[in-house]
Design a protein around this ligand. Structure first.
Ligand SMILES: NC(=O)c1ccc[n+]([C@@H]2O[C@H](COP(=O)([O-])OP(=O)(O)OC[C@H]3O[C@@H](n4cnc5c(N)ncnc54)[C@H](OP(=O)(O)O)[C@@H]3O)[C@@H](O)[C@H]2O)c1
Length: 307
């Protein structure tokens, strides 16, 4: 089978599409024929070697965590799945393996995909939608009637977070460049700020929650828009700590199949849009990685595991 691997840390140009022998499923594992995978900024951080202290890897390492596909074979202890089932799941970052034609994964990391959902749409979900959910409700404790600022609303995490926050009954304010204002409004944003031409911190005050996938200067200016008791949730700064009477917390995304299954049900009920930036064959996986590295993907970048 084909797998996108690295033998050293580096950039997308260091990835190599190699022909390797597929692994065999252990007793609690499932072999999945991967149909689609999605690219996350995490994949680039793994590729660069920046995540070694948190998610150590050994070489050769097959990139990719988020995938969707079809169950091929089951380990002896696996119950609840059949060959042919359409599934979505997330491999651990240290294990990787999603940017390949097949993957062996723990059965308990999988969820079934509704018939109305494509493999590309399913593959977009695990990390981005899961993190959006965890940031808003797990860490941010968002409830109806609150006001939330979501930075980078057009990105992988942001495009889901806007929809979840709106459906939870919050007033949703977002930042995005002007080309993405229509998209942000369509997803449910009540107010859109063009971060290239306006300083959000000059307009906003007394918010309950800020979701920050950017850090740096954006994080620095986010404190002043929060009310006493409000919370700044960072996706990028593990050292963030409360300041004065404003709370702060880092999201360390943990895959949760119950949450993921719930998100697929929202889609099935036509209450969730999955925004796909672009779809690339596995042979062009480097292009997909470069697109995410640009920092301006619109929704999710997908790799199609063509055969
Ligand atoms: N801690 C965790 O567990 C965890 C989990 C998931 C993700 N993350 C991290 O969260 C970050 C975001 O992930 P993602 O998948 O959402 O990234 P992404 O999809 O690559 O984000 C791209 C988006 O960012 C927007 N953007 C860029 N600069 C901006 C700015 N200054 N202000 C507002 N928007 C801006 C772009 O919109 P425009 O084109 O309109 O500029 C683009 O749509 C990454 O660093 C990722 O590693 C952390």
């Amino acid at each position: 089978m084909k797998a996108l691997r690295i033998h050293e840390f580096g950039t997308p140009s260091h990835t190599i599409l190699e022909d390797i022998a597929p692994a065999t499923a252990g007793p609690d594992e499932v072999t999945v024929r991967i149909e689609a995978a999605s690219v996350n900024p995490l994949d680039l951080k793994m590729l660069a070697g920046h995540m070694q202290p948190v998610f150590p890897v050994s070489f050769p390492y097959t990139l990719g965590t988020d995938f969707a596909g079809v169950v091929e074979t089951l380990g002896a202890n696996v119950r609840g799945f059949q060959p042919g089932d359409r599934v979505v799941g997330r491999a651990g970052a240290s294990t990787g393996g999603a940017f390949a034609q097949t993957a062996v994964v723990p059965a308990n990391s999988l969820c079934r995909i509704p018939a109305s959902m494509s493999f590309e749409q399913a593959a977009a979900l695990p990390t981005s939608a899961g993190t959006a959910w965890q940031a808003l409700f797990g860490v941010g404790k968002l409830v109806a009637g609150q006001r939330v600022l979501i930075h980078a609303a057009a990105g992988g995490v942001g495009s889901f977070a806007v929809q979840f926050a709106k459906q939870a009954g919050a007033r949703v304010i977002v930042t995005a460049s002007s080309k993405n204002h229509g998209l942000a409004k369509e997803l449910g944003a009540d107010e859109v700020i063009d971060y290239r031409h306006e300083d959000f911190s000059a307009r906003l005050r007394d918010l309950d929650l800020v979701i920050d996938p950017l850090g740096g200067d954006t994080a620095g200016r986010s404190w002043s828009v929060l009310k006493p008791g409000g919370t700044l949730v960072s996706l990028v700064d593990p050292t963030i700590a409360p300041r004065g009477d404003v709370n702060a917390a880092f999201v360390f995304f943990q895959g949760d199949t119950e949450v993921l299954q719930g998100i697929t049900k929202l889609f099935e009920a036509r209450r969730l849009q999955v925004i796909l930036d672009s779809i690339h064959p596995l042979d062009d996986a480097r292009v997909a990685l470069e697109q995410v590295a640009s920092g301006h993907a619109r929704g999710k970048v997908i790799i199609r595991a063509s055969r």
